[in-house]
Design a protein around this ligand. Structure first.
Ligand SMILES: Nc1ncnc2c1ncn2[C@@H]1O[C@H](COP(=O)(O)OP(=O)(O)OP(=O)(O)O)[C@@H](O)[C@H]1O
Length: 688
């Protein structure tokens, strides 16, 4: 047990502080003391911390300290009840603060000021001091009872009793003696309710700590996962209600006990714990099937303990099912080939191929960037196939952990894990029998599951997890991925034999930027589906063909929602959202005609169209461009006879040929664009 030795001037205060420290730390610490009144004063030899009342005493007793331990001067304060009395003293009162020596009297006075009572006049007093004036309203006796050396000084008395240890001092002791966190927490909370502290930093950090703890408690207890936090000695520091419910033990019973002692009968958990870091491993704890995650709690590369998360298997499955993450509800697809829009030769070709594939039972692998319509094709193939009356089940292989995906795909037998459902669980392979199972994001299928899928494809049968019976299935597989699966095979991340099994038929859907003629076609279709009717200007078409459409049709859908609100009859280049107007999306030809367009507009408005004006207006209407680029384009337009360049302020003038070109190509600016041009021109003229 840890030991504290108190050094004090007299027996009375030594006794008092011994009692106080003992009452704070209770049976966790042994306290003894030395004071000048003791005969003989025994040496201090066996202690862990020396606590002294004032600087003088340490000088007087230095030769008695015969051990090398930390020394701490007491920071003392007055109880909240006494502070309330002092606070009641009327402003401008004259107060005598009395203590046994000058240092202590001054110290108490400073303390009263620090605690916030600053509207009174205080004078320190101690034996031997001469007072010029003896007229006081109050006397504060810093002692257990009134001092008797005050002679004829009379006023209202306030007796503070011995001053008590400040919270900041107790925190120091907790830290130096390495007192158990649980005990320390209780001690400090108790103290804070009775002891005022003028150590603002301590107050602030304690308050922040308490608030953070309350917030953490709230979050922990709101979680569906069980959480257990251990310190670096593997003692249980915190656990939430879900965890204590899960293991069937109340928080009180196991808090601050050692993990290995509490869980000595939970072999599975101990084994996982000994592995170090674990991510969502399926196991059984307290007879319940669950996923366990174990991780280090680190700060500045130092480990401060571990966190164990437990999620009940069935709750996870239910949650995924609710959010349609495992299987989109309904077990059918609404898509048919009629929903696939596109006039490009590549689209027509793959639709024809897909129609042929749909007549067979072979697996199909659909490749394509995100949003190219892979799921659309999968559904259309199913609905055009002899299996169309059977289920169509789509599962995303990237959202589930390996273990969950395995049991969802293949099902499991009763007793595969303790706590598994009675009668086991049918997997999606079986459920989709007679229909189609669409394995989306197949490139994310964990390596460990690939042999199992390969066997299912080769043998048209599966074995449930934990079972030994072979179940025949009649399920067609359509898989899809947006990853470069050939490269994954080369890198050893996807099995070559599985790829060959999956891509008996392969559909490679080209991204939209490689089939630009489909863009306006899909756009018009999306608009008419929403009942929107708009004409596309040439400028807008140019944009759609130049932009890279990384999100493919999904991005088109977003643009339609924007245009529905932002446009009326016709969609111009100017109408597209600003973030889409970027220099890199446009080729030189396109830029040239946009410049020609501007010259025409400025000519019609009878505004000059010199290079500087062109550069400013272009940058505002379209996107940032340099004067040099403008000059190059102007030169080219001149060589095409689309403009005549005259020197001086008149600038450039469009020719009849140029106008004809623009009209034929429907390249003309809209009203808004003209307005911007006028505004900029006016601003420029003002500056001249
Ligand atoms: N050719 C097309 N014709 C009509 N709509 C299409 C076409 N291509 C895609 N879409 C539409 O775009 C959206 C995205 O399609 P889908 O979900 O099939 O893409 P995906 O390739 O499976 O995407 P991801 O890889 O992100 O899952 C859907 O609303 C779909 O109807």
């Amino acid at each position: 047990m840890k030991r504290i030795t108190i050094l004090s001037i007299d027996e009375d205060s030594a006794q008092f502080y011994k009692e106080q420290v003992t009452s704070i730390f209770k049976e966790n610490i042994i306290v003894d003391y030395r004071n000048l009144e003791m005969v003989p004063i025994l040496p201090v030899v066996n202690t862990d911390l020396i606590l002294y009342t004032d600087p003088e005493i340490i000088n007087l007793l230095i030769d008695k300290i015969q051990c090398n331990v930390s020394q701490l001067m007491m920071k003392r304060t007055i109880p909240k009840a006494i502070l309330r009395e002092i606070n009641k003293i009327e402003p401008d009162s004259r107060v005598l603060v009395v203590n046994i020596n000058e240092f202590m009297a001054n110290e108490t006075m400073a303390l009263i000021y620090q605690l916030g009572k600053t509207d009174i006049f205080m004078e320190p007093y101690f034996p031997g001091k001469n007072l010029a004036e003896k007229d006081f309203d109050y006397i504060i006796h810093v002692a257990p009872e009134k001092y008797d050396f005050l002679g004829d000084i009379k006023a209202k008395d306030i007796v503070t009793g011995h001053r008590i240890l400040d919270v900041s001092n107790v925190l120091d002791i907790v830290y130096i003696l390495n007192i158990d966190e649980s005990i320390a927490r209780e001690i400090i909370l108790n103290m804070m309710s009775v002891v005022p502290t003028c150590w603002y930093g301590v107050n602030y950090s304690m308050e922040r700590k308490m608030i953070s703890e309350a917030q953490l408690d709230y979050i922990l207890n709101d979680l569906d996962s069980g959480v257990l936090i251990l310190d670096k000695d593997n003692d249980i520091n915190t656990l939430n209600k879900t965890f204590s419910k899960f293991i069937g033990v109340s928080e009180k019973d196991i808090a601050y006990k050692n993990f290995f002692e509490v869980f000595k009968d939970e072999e599975n958990l101990i084994k996982l714990f000994e592995k170090g870091e674990v991510k969502e491993e399926l196991t059984t704890v307290n007879g319940i099937e669950c996923f366990v995650t174990i991780g280090d709690i680190e700060y500045s590369d130092v480990s401060y303990g571990k966190m164990i998360l437990i999620k009940e298997y069935f709750e996870v499955v239910e949650m995924f099912n609710k959010s349609n993450k495992i299987v989109k509800s309904g077990y059918f697809s609404k898509y048919t080939f009629d929903n696939i829009i596109g006039n490009s030769s590549s689209m027509r070709r793959i639709v024809n191929e897909a129609k042929k594939f749909s007549k067979t039972d072979h697996p199909v692998l659909i490749l394509g960037e995100t949003g190219t319509g892979k799921e659309l094709f999968a559904g259309a193939i199913h609905n055009d196939s002899p299996r169309k009356k059977g289920p169509f089940i789509a599962i995303n292989c990237s959202t589930l952990s390996k273990t969950l995906l395995e049991s969802e795909l293949f099902g499991y037998e009763e007793g595969a894990f303790t706590g598994a459902k009675k009668g086991g669980k049918i997997g999606l392979f079986e459920r989709a029998s007679g229909g189609t199972l669409f394995l989306d994001e197949i490139g994310d299928l964990p390596m460990e599951l690939q042999p199992r899928l390969l066997r299912a494809l080769e043998e048209q049968s599966i074995m449930r997890v934990g079972g030994d019976k072979v179940v025949n299935i009649n399920t067609r597989i359509i898989a899809a991925t947006n990853r470069n699966i050939m490269e994954m095979v080369e890198r050893g991340e996807f099995r070559r034999d599985l790829l060959y099994r999956l891509n008996v038929f392969e559909l490679d859907i080209a991204p939209l930027r490689e089939r630009p003629e489909d863009i306006t076609c899909i756009l018009s279709n999306l608009m008419s589906e929403k009942g929107i009717s708009r004409k596309f200007s040439r400028g807008f078409e140019i944009f759609t063909r130049n932009y890279n459409w990384l999100g493919n049709a999904r991005e088109l859908k977003n643009l339609v929602s924007y245009l529905e609100v932002m446009t009326e009859k016709e969609i111009y280049f100017y109408s597209i959202p600003a973030y889409l107007k970027k220099r890199e999306y446009f080729n030189e030809d396109c830029l040239k005609y946009l410049v020609l367009n501007l010259i025409h507009c400025l000519n019609q408005l009878k505004l000059s169209s010199g290079r500087r004006t062109l550069e400013r207006v272009f940058s505002e209407v379209y996107f940032k461009i340099s004067e040099v680029e403008i000059r190059n384009m102007v030169n080219e337009l001149e060589s095409l006879n689309f403009i005549e360049v005259s020197t001086g302020r008149a600038g450039n003038n469009i020719t009849e040929m140029g106008v004809e070109f623009l009209v034929n190509e429907r390249y003309l600016l809209n009203e808004e664009e003209s307005e911007v041009a006028i505004k900029i021109k006016e601003e420029m003229d003002e500056k001249l």
